[in-house]
Design a protein around this ligand. Structure first.
Ligand code: G3H
Ligand code: 13P
Ligand code: ZN
Length: 309
């Protein structure tokens, strides 16, 4: 069993209408919880490492932990760089053994985004590594309210087609109304499915990626708030919207916030209920279990709701 690219995973997912969970990892317990869930559900898995994760844990620790998880469980994992900001960081991760990288040129003008994405694609493909790019900007909570704001930030379908054609990128992250974090919508959640359908119809062979796809499970928000947390009004992407997105070309569903909430909720609860205990294993263990069960729920009810995995 090994580190693999997402190529085969995406091909199968596209064919059968399910999606791969791409989970952000920052420490051993998070990795173990996710990997246990994937093993139990026999689900394909992407583990991704952000700039924040590299700063916190160092890339080498996370890489070695992922390698250990593969050896321990016998499952295949795609190790992915999340939001790589330039060629150098993508190159470093490729050289360090990552099997997939994201070059996030979304903050640059279209032509500049094409230029840096192409550069990364050439280097990565030469080494058998796959590349995700991003076009459009993820909306902030205020952004998606009116049509002109949407047109200014969301992915333009015709540009997506041109971008994929000119860069040779393997998958494309699209902006259709999601955003990172726990506060995704102020009122009723809205995603631009007409736009997603148009993009998918123009580039049907390109796996699409949904960033900011945490559902912000009320169970964990409530638990956090009950035990001293202050995250009022947190709202994620409803599960049925993820299901709808998966029907229209979304093959990779990015999840970080839900992991953070599950872990924090369990630790908060433990700290209040067991004030005399100070062995970290006593609270990191339940946090790891909560992550495992949350990820299993996602696989069964959202990522593989079609049951075709
Ligand atoms: O894309 C955002 C992810 O949640 C990673 O965030 O850089 O704080 O680890 P981070
Ligand atoms: P969430 O904040 O919704 O978990 O999104 C994570 C993400 O997109 C990582 O790239
Ligand atoms: Zn993201």
């Amino acid at each position: 069993m090994a580190l693999i690219t997402s190529k085969e995973m995406f091909a199968k997912a596209m064919d059968k209408d399910y999606a791969i969970g791409a989970f952000n990892v920052n420490n051993m317990e998070i990795i173990q919880g996710i990997v246990e869930a994937a093993e139990m559900e026999k689900a394909p898995l992407i583990l991704q490492v952000s700039a924040g994760a590299r700063k916190y844990a160092k890339s080498i620790y996370l890489t070695k932990l992922v390698e250990a998880a593969i050896e321990d469980t016998g499952i295949d994992v795609c190790l992915h760089l999340d939001h790589g900001e330039d060629f150098d960081i993508c190159k470093k991760c490729i050289d360090d053994g990552f099997t997939s990288v994201m070059i996030d040129g979304s903050k640059h003008p279209f032509e500049e985004n094409i230029k840096i994405t192409k550069e990364v694609v050439e280097y990565a493909h030469d080494k058998g590594v796959v590349v995700e790019a991003e076009l459009g900007k993820l909306a902030g909570i205020e952004d998606a309210v009116n049509v002109s704001a949407r047109d200014a930030t969301f992915t333009v379908p015709e540009e997506a087609a041109e971008f994929v054609e000119r860069t040779g990128v393997d998958s494309l992250a699209v902006a259709i109304g999601t955003s990172h974090g726990a506060y995704k919508f102020k009122g009723t959640p809205y995603l631009d499915f007409e736009r997603l359908k148009k993009i998918h119809s123009l580039i049907p062979g390109t796996p699409l990626v949904l960033h900011g796809a945490s559902t912000v499970l009320p169970e964990f928000v409530d638990l956090c708030n009950k035990y001293g947390g202050e995250i009022p009004g947190a709202q994620g992407v409803p599960e049925d919207m993820i299901l709808e997105a998966v029907k229209h070309g979304v093959c990779k569903v990015n999840i970080d916030t839900d992991l953070r909430l599950a872990m924090t909720a369990k630790i908060r609860q433990f700290m209040v209920e067991e004030p005399a205990v100070f062995d970290p294993r006593k609270y990191l263990g339940p946090a790891r279990d909560a992550i495992r069960e949350m990820v299993r729920h996602k696989i069964k009810n959202v990522l593989n709701a079609s049951g075709t995995l």
